[in-house]
Design a binder for this molecule. Structure first.
Ligand code: ADP
Length: 547
């Protein structure tokens, strides 16, 4: 970054002079108030999960300064969001909306285009607008975290559950827009949303679903959080993983509370892996297992106990599996390769029936071992899975980041059929690349009835430039390997979105042509999150931005 006598100067948005930028910022401060526009003119601090930066990617994979904002703006209302959008159109300054900006592993709060103005909606627009106990639903602003929603639902006294991701500090709305997942039966976050309010890139506001029909005396429609589709084309989906609008309100369904039992099944023989996946498929499809269960690799399991790589292995490259297993022997799970976390829901009788079905299904694997919460001490990781499977937000899953100094992660997340052969193929593909680039294996398969989200974690030291270079090379190689075999990512880091988008290229990239047509129609000046999801507005297209 440039400097003057007072210190660091903000990075400029593309094609904007320092003078034009300063004038534009002065104008924005006048509309929103001085404290609500903050320049990025200080040294960058990565912080940690609960004190994360909104100036750059805390888990940087290139230089920390690479995906840096020029300023952050804090709107306090939908009208102020409109004001900012109109300002951006006037000055041709790209803006990048975030809700909490804790999207770690996928870019955090960082804009795709260096020098964009980050619009942090979470700080001032963080109200829970409604919890409806009869309708089992809520209406939220962008800054509502899983922790905040959980507390409010508890306080309301309604017997309802929320659904949370592995770590509970993210925005409920932001995660649903990135199509994230959780671990109760309502784990498909976008699938369980109902109704949105969106500010379009030209500044107009639209309400989707039943919200488009005003209620009596111009009130919010009473079925806005009840019926997802409304009338006409169902547009909600185009505002997820895209850059077509800024979501200022979003409704969600809440699950009526029930009883549940979460348990682990451990497996000792690597050779059983395919069979295990094939056994889980019908259990998931028949909803014997009522959520999306996950099977995790032993290394991630060891890492979540707080053990650090350097404490158990001095060599370069991945820790040999025998070393991992030796250390696992000292834990309650013992000598294992895979650990499956599953949950059955409902009253005791039906849970017992479900457990019997699960036991019978796994009886063909001789050393499958069932471990229940009562079998482990209160601080065991299994209790975090118990909490998350009933929508109680936690932070425990941050613990495996201690595996490395300055622990950071990138997630390679392809979708696969629920089939042991596919699971094996993906696992070996990833194992080969992790070996080549020197990273430990930490994969998990989240097994829905008809597909698996394979979540492969590259845990790296962001203080080590060489390690960062290898991490990017590794994930880029895996994206290419996977695409050749027909596997595509469900979500990716902002800097990898061009590569991933280019793999969805059926019929001469018809999907991207459609996306670009929509982008140019909705955002003619190309001001909203250029490059997000690989979608570049006309003004930026084919000018060297795609990477
Ligand atoms: P979280 O803190 O839940 O992980 P973020 O706030 O980082 O989520 O949001 C994830 C991504 O979703 C962001 O990078 C941004 O591109 C997009 N996003 C978040 N909030 C909004 C919003 N209100 N409107 C449009 N896009 C959003």
């Amino acid at each position: 970054r440039d400097k003057d006598d007072d210190g660091l100067l903000p990075v400029l948005p593309p094609d904007i002079t320092r003078n034009a930028f300063n004038n534009a910022i002065a104008e924005l401060k006048k509309s929103l108030g001085e404290p609500n526009v903050v320049l990025t003119d200080k040294p960058l601090v990565d912080g940690w999960y609960l004190e994360h930066p909104n100036t750059h990617d805390a888990f940087h994979v290139h230089s920390r300064e690479d995906t840096i904002s020029s300023a952050t703006v804090y709107p306090g209302s939908t009208e102020e969001v409109q004001t900012i959008v109109k300002w951006a159109n006037k000055h041709l300054i790209p803006i990048y909306p975030i809700s909490m900006g804790r999207n770690l592993g996928y870019g955090g709060a960082a804009p795709r285009v260096r020098g964009s103005v980050v619009m942090d909606l979470g700080k001032r627009m963080n109200k829970i607008l409604k919890i409806d106990g009869d309708n089992c639903s809520c209406l939220l602003e962008p800054g509502v975290t899983y922790f905040a929603l959980y507390e409010a639902v508890q306080k309301s006294g309604y017997p309802l559950w929320i659904d949370t991701t592995d770590v509970g500090g993210g925005s409920v709305l932001g995660n649903a827009l990135d199509r994230g997942v959780g671990y109760t039966p309502y784990g498909d976050h976008f699938g369980n949303h109902c109704g949105m309010e969106v500010v379009l890139p030209t500044g107009d506001i639209v309400r989707l679903g039943m919200g488009a029909l005003p209620g009596k005396d111009n009130t919010d429609n009473p079925t806005w959080q009840s019926f997802q589709y409304g009338y006409g084309p169902y547009s909600d989906g185009i505002f997820t993983q895209s850059n077509y609008g800024i979501v200022t309100k979003m409704g969600f369904w809440l699950m009526p509370a029930t009883e549940h039992l979460t348990f682990a099944i451990t497996f000792a023989r690597e050779d059983d892996f395919e069979r295990i996946i094939d056994i889980i498929r019908p259990l998931s499809a028949q909803r014997v297992l009522g959520n999306v269960p996950q099977i995790r690799h032993v290394t991630q399991e060891l890492a979540v106990t707080g053990i650090r790589k350097k404490d158990i292995y001095a060599g370069d490259g991945p820790v040999p599996e025998q070393v991992i297993r030796e250390h696992m022997k000292a834990t309650i799970y013992g000598d294992v390769t895979w650990i499956f976390y599953a949950t059955v829901y409902g009253p005791k009788d039906s849970r017992n029936t479900s457990i019997d079905v699960v036991r019978k299904a796994f009886s063909v694997i001789p050393d499958a071992k069932f471990i229940f919460p009562d079998d482990v001490p209160p601080d065991h990781y299994l209790h975090a899975r118990v909490a998350i499977a009933s929508g109680v937000p936690m932070l425990t899953d941050l613990d495996w980041l201690h595996w490395k100094s300055n622990g950071s992660h990138l997630a390679f997340s392809p979708i696969s059929p629920v089939d042991g052969k596919d699971a094996r193929k993906l696992y070996e593909m990833v194992q080969k690349r992790h070996g080549e680039f020197g990273f430990d294996m930490m994969p998990a398969f989240c097994i829905a009835p008809r597909e698996m989200h394979f979540i492969d974690i590259i845990c790296y030291d962001r203080g080590d430039e060489d390690e960062k270079r290898r991490a990017i090379k590794c994930i880029r190689a895996m994206i290419a390997d996977a695409a050749k075999e027909g596997y595509g990512e469900y979500r990716t880091h902002i800097l990898l979105s061009d590569q991933v988008a280019a793999t969805y290229n059926w019929n001469n990239a018809a999907l991207m042509r459609l996306n670009e047509t929509l982008k140019d129609a909705l955002d003619p000046n190309g001001i909203l999150a250029p490059g997000k999801a690989g979608i570049w507005p006309k003004r930026f297209r084919e000018k060297g931005w795609e990477i």
